[in-house]
Design a protein around this ligand. Structure first.
Ligand SMILES: *[C@@H]1O[C@H](CO)[C@@H](O)[C@H](O)[C@H]1NC(C)=O
Ligand SMILES: *[C@@H]1O[C@H](CO)[C@@H](O)[C@H](O)[C@H]1NC(C)=O
Ligand SMILES: *[C@@H]1O[C@H](CO)[C@@H](O)[C@H](O)[C@H]1NC(C)=O
Length: 382
């Protein structure tokens, strides 16, 4: 309403102002242009005089941080472990990438073989403090990979050996084929680090039975990989064989064994690059057949029998009977029990009889942690 009263005055005063402004502006602008022109002339003169070299060389140090941040195309680029386990590769892409195998057996650099500890878990790792102690001081000799349910958010402190060691996961349904998927995915992720030579599958209820030094030596000096593989004539062995597996697998090649394996790089590569047996197992071993008890032992018995110890490195207690091995609780853990973990064993190690047979044991409930931590120094050596 107020504005509408005398519009002419407003217009007039505005046009007065706007007439005065352009004049100042034009003056300033021409001054500025003149200055620019002078500077350019001077620059051209200087570049001609110095040949422009100084300008270029002085620019390089400023650019270098950028150049250095880019991946270098030297050997390090190929042998440095991925700094981050998170990736966006699909399983198909991951397995293809992980199947790269060097053709030259001799490494052109000092390679210290590492053991990849692959934790297949539902959620948290209740015995993590025990494992932390086991790993302490052996940084360059191991790497850790965790496959848990995708919904599980791990919260390890940045000081933990488990910090950011989760691999991208997908649902693993216990006893079904997807368990094998998870195990193969763990292997594929671990294969991306060229320094991993041995691959051990463990669960959240596993504990190491010896200190790291002894465990490392036992595994790295073994001629064979520790995969339980036996021919079980019963209903839970051969009884699960399906003739549709022919011609790839016949009944005398059918094997059974616990899934908690230890394989070397060669066997790990065989497993992740298998495209023949796996689809057959997927098709004909579902759902009553526990694929993870048969797929790995059968595949490796056919593809590399001479590399297998045919026994597991992980001890479980079947003495209580039933379809599942015993789970130990806090009340089971006493000095007597701890002594027995190392005693009364007989097996074959590197084709010779041995009293040291297992490096790991399961199943230990979360409630055992406190007592295990107390007894480990004396009885387990860590
Ligand atoms: C199973 O296959 C293996 C290897 O091809 C062969 O040596 C063996 O005789 C076969 N066994 C049976 C029962 O067909
Ligand atoms: C494991 O079993 C396979 C046959 O299934 C055999 O060829 C191999 O020699 C066995 N390994 C050892 C260490 O005895
Ligand atoms: C590991 O255990 C063995 C046997 O108990 C012991 O001799 C050795 O000193 C231990 N090593 C470390 C690093 O604690």
């Amino acid at each position: 309403m107020e504005e509408g009263k005398d519009p002419p005055t407003t217009v007039i005063s505005r046009s007065n102002q706007s007439r005065a402004l352009p004049q100042r502006l034009v003056q300033l602008l021409s001054l500025f242009l003149l200055l620019c022109f002078a500077i350019s002339l001077f620059s051209i003169y200087m570049i001609r005089k110095t040949g422009g070299v100084t300008t270029v060389t002085s620019a390089i140090p400023m650019l270098q941080p950028c150049i250095q941040a880019q991946p270098k195309n030297n050997l390090d680029h190929w042998i440095t472990p991925p700094s981050n386990l998170v990736h966006t590769m699909s399983d198909k892409e991951l397995f293809w990438r992980a199947s790269f195998v060097p053709q030259l057996k001799k490494y052109p650099f000092a390679r210290v073989p590492k053991i990849a500890f692959m934790f297949l878990t539902k959620g948290p790792l209740p015995l993590a403090p025990l494992w932390e102690r086991f790993f302490k001081g052996h940084n360059s000799l191991y790497s850790i990979y965790i496959h848990s349910l995708p919904s599980f958010q791990a919260r390890f402190p940045s000081t933990s050996v488990f910090y950011q060691r989760q691999i991208p996961s997908q649902i693993a349904e216990w006893g079904r084929m997807s368990m094998c998927d998870a195990e193969r995915r763990l292997l594929a992720n671990a294969l991306l680090d060229i320094s991993n030579e041995y691959f051990i599958l463990v669960s959240e209820s596993c504990i190491p039975l010896y200190n790291f030094t002894i465990t490392y030596r036992y595994i790295t000096r073994s001629k064979y990989s520790f995969m339980g593989a036996f021919d079980d004539p019963g209903p839970f062995g051969r009884g699960r064989y399906n003739p549709n597996m022919l011609p790839e697998v016949n009944i005398s090649q059918w094997r059974k064994g616990a899934q908690w394996f230890e394989v070397n790089r060669k066997l790990a590569s065989i497993i992740i690059s298998d495209v023949t047996f796996y689809p057959k197992f997927l098709q004909f071993c579902r759902p009553a057949c526990y694929v993870d008890e048969h797929y790995f032992p059968t595949l490796l018995t056919i593809q590399a029998p001479k590399l297998l110890a045919n026994r597991s490195l992980t001890w479980v207690d079947w003495s209580r009977g039933g379809p599942h091995p015993a789970t130990f609780g806090a009340m089971d853990i006493n000095e007597e029990f701890m002594k027995k973990l190392h005693e009364g064993r007989e097996c074959v190690y590197n084709d010779k009889p041995s009293l040291m047979c297992y490096m790991f044991a399961r199943k230990f409930a979360p409630s055992t942690l406190e007592r295990l931590l107390r007894f480990a120094p004396e009885f387990l050596g860590y």
